[in-house]
Design a protein around this ligand. Structure first.
Ligand code: SAH
Ligand code: SF4
Length: 394
């Protein structure tokens, strides 16, 4: 049952992050806004560029959380900064460590809402999976996040903060000579990133800034369920790698498991992929395909997948995701034998189709298993709202 609206535009507008003492949180502002904020508190015009650069470096290159640590900034300016601004990270309300090294962070934002980020270490890389929304409006039937009733967009600051707190937990700021533990970012956590385009764009720009965190755009992947009107903008304006949740090769099946397909059908999505700016062989689009027993996993489905990707002449890679179950779900994961057959057929058609190893299943950190307790807040709010409107006590 659809419990909340589905639309192209954000549902809840992000708040300005000002604490009760009306200090502005300096974390998560883009450079221009930071510069303007510094001008507002009286940093002289001629020093603005330099100060912005210095502060930016301290915040994002060194990860400091105290103005006092900004050694190359004069005492007066530091005092001014501390008087007007905060460096405030959200708290990690729970960190769970899987036996396979995966770490799941439940992150609590200023308004009490929570979202999850997941760190996945591999031999040659460390990937941080980041959320773009609390919950998701899209209700894909196989996805735990889609069952959350409360949905709100995360601000750019809240999106960047997920990376900052993960780096804190991993001790990544301490010794720059140790090398990075987080080398890759995937926007594959809770929420549909293209329904929160502006904040996601701002956050990724902060992460890619050459004087700050310096993530390369080639190491960032944004996953969308196929929000066609924003796909081209994503390539043009953000320029990161694209992953598309395809999950079915026929409109009827896709519409059943992913309601967004009724709005943007399979062929429309594939056309948008063919037009994705920067898509070529060196930079293929990843098609995610969740393996659901008896739903989308037949040999014919595999052959049709190859045909479709060829029909649209797509520089593609298919990522087969074994379905990760969660309490109350009605689907089963395809058998290992069938996943392997499916993969072989797609490979046989000349398209690479690795099977994604599920990570962090023991802590419910795998794809599609994320769901925070924020809906409890929403139910309580709903009860209060009902009580207020009926005059009954909640
Ligand atoms: N909303 C975006 C990004 C987040 S989901 C999107 O849908 O693309 C990241 C990937 O996990 C998507 O491909 C999603 O379809 C997949 N997924 C969701 N639930 C899953 C589950 N239970 N098991 C395996 N993959 C799942
Ligand atoms: Fe939302 Fe993606 Fe989950 Fe679908 S799979 S409900 S789009 S988070």
């Amino acid at each position: 049952m659809q419990t909340h609206p589905t639309g192209d535009e954000p549902i809840v507008q992000p708040r300005v992050d000002i604490d009760p003492h009306s200090k502005l949180n300096i974390l998560g502002l883009d450079r221009e806004t930071l510069k303007a904020a510094l001008a507002d508190i009286g940093v002289p015009d001629k020093a603005l560029n330099m100060r912005t650069k210095q502060i930016w470096g301290w915040l994002y290159h060194r990860g400091v959380s105290d103005f006092a640590a900004m050694h190359n900034i004069s005492k007066d300016i530091k005092a001014l900064l501390a008087e007007h601004f905060l460096i405030k990270r959200p708290e990690i309300s729970e960190a769970q460590y899987s036996e396979d090294g995966t770490r799941k962070y439940l992150i609590k934002f200023a308004d009490g809402n929570e979202a999850e980020a997941v760190y996945i270490p591999d031999e040659d890389r460390g990937t941080l999976c980041i959320s773009s929304q609390v919950g998701c409006t899209l209700n894909c039937k196989f996805c735990h996040t889609g069952t959350m009733r409360l949905v709100r967009n995360l601000t750019a600051a809240e999106i960047v903060a997920q990376l900052l707190v993960a780096r804190d937990d991993l001790g990544e700021w301490d010794d720059p000579t140790l090398g990075r533990r987080i080398t890759n970012i995937v926007m594959m956590g809770m929420g549909e990133p293209l329904y929160n385009f502006d904040n996601v764009k701002k956050a990724l720009e902060i992460m890619m800034d050459p004087e700050g965190i310096q993530m390369s755009r080639r190491r960032i992947t944004l996953s969308t369920s196929g929000v066609v009107p924003h796909m081209e903008r994503c390539g043009k304006e953000i320029g990161v790698n694209l992953a598309v949740s395809l999950h079915a090769v026929r409109d009827d099946v896709r519409s059943d498991i992913m309601p967004i397909n009724k709005k943007y059908g399979l062929h429309e999505v594939l056309r948008a992929c063919a037009n994705y700016p920067g898509a070529h062989n060196a930079r293929r689009i990843t098609f995610e395909y969740v393996m659901l027993k008896g739903i989308n996993d037949s040999d014919d489905d595999a052959r049709e997948l190859v045909r479709l990707l060829k029909q649209y002449d797509l520089p593609a890679k298919v990522n087969l995701i074994p379905f990760n179950p969660w309490p109350g779900v009605n689907y089963e994961c395809s058998s290992w034998k069938q996943i392997k057959r499916f993969s072989d057929i797609v490979y046989g058609g000349g398209i690479s189709a690795p099977i994604r190893t599920p990570r962090g299943r023991d802590i419910m950190a795998a794809c599609g298993q994320l769901k925070s307790a924020s809906e409890k807040v929403s139910k309580a709010d709903a009860r209060r709202a009902l009580a207020a409107s009926t005059g009954l006590v909640a």
